[in-house]
Design a protein around this ligand. Sequence first.
Ligand code: XUL
Ligand code: CO
Length: 440
Amino acid sequence: MAFTKHFDAIPTIKYEGPDSDNPFAYKYFDPKAKILGKPMAAWMRNAVCYWHTFRGVALDIFGPGTICRPWEDGTNSQEMALKRTEVVFDFITKLGVEYYCFHDRDVAPEGANVAETNKNLWQVAEKLKQLQKATGVKLLWGTANMFSHPRFSQGAASTPSAEVFAYCANSVKEAIDVTKFLGGENYVFWGGREGYNSLLNTDLGREQAHIARFFQMAADYAKKVKFTGQFLIEPKACEPTKHQYDFDSATVLGFLRKFGLEKTFKLNIEQNHATLAGHDFCHELAVCTADGALGSIDSNRGDVMNGWDTDQFPNDYRECAQAWTIILQQKNGLGSGGLNYDAKVRRDSYDVEDMFHAHICGIDTWARGLRIAEKIIKDGKLAKFVDQRYASYNKGIGKDIEAGKADFESLQAYILKKGDAAPLPSARQEYLENLFNGYC
Ligand code: XUL
Ligand code: CO
């Protein structure tokens, strides 16, 4: 059942297996296939993002947008916002995806004042709710766009203006309410312009304390209205500001501890944000899983030759395979999170069918990675190697160190008696790289 005719020329995307040569089919993503005891779809929880896929026009700094979708009337009106929702749900259901994510301003335009803006949002939310009910599509997360409008040019919660801060409180309050209304399973905070461009005009400590206050207010409000979705922070190192406060996972986890917020938030890790911070995607995941703090993933990739956030659809299944081995260290994987394809087609991929190829490639990339990760985990060689590497902590002084029973003096007595530490076995990186290749 379709609400519109815009995708009639495209078949419903189904699993056909690796031998299929149908570009409009999944070769690896079989939603029902059991992987490590759970259906693939339950591990992945794929989501279409509203902003890039339905509001992006592929403009760049050298020229205007090249994408003009046949359903758009060229306005950012409330009427268009309401009409667009049906196209969005047709796309998601045709792809066989279960979730979507949006910012308040993706789905509804600002009105003449705050009250009208809120009204617009709720009117669209009612429509989204009907469409969710009719299709079974669910909301993975909601968020507020507090970075596009000029009022946010000097920050949102980190703004030097208390009035803008109040404006943001309204935005997040409404966005949490709407997310709750739509059964959203998470709420994301990406600090779009929470950072600075020059220290000459910035009180860094005060701005960070304001962000913490804002987060605490959001947590208090969620508790009050019984919003039980997971709060997520999405780190990013730079862009749009020169230095973003949520630089990377380690920075965010430290910030949360400093302000006593660590139990309220998990992290939403985006591949291209990791590389902007000078990290591998897998490094960022590992920092989170070591803390049980990995909440969700915004999936995309950068370009190794470019240093900015190109937000391309993922295509590296080997990287995703390694990512899964880290994600699956959390017993429940991504838990209430999922894989949100926070990615955009290239400026010269302006056809409607490109929207499908992009998502099929992204979803199949993660599905292929998941199948490889299952082989790695079932085989157990890699995990066994890592376990053995730390075996000296399983008994004797190692066990005492981990249990907090050793101190400098007891360890000094031990090593004086031994004369020196025994030589270490090789870390075997190349052997392990080859072993990993063997699963791919
Ligand atoms: C920006 C980005 C955002 C967040 C949501 O780089 O990733 O789209 O995911 O605000
Ligand atoms: Co993102």
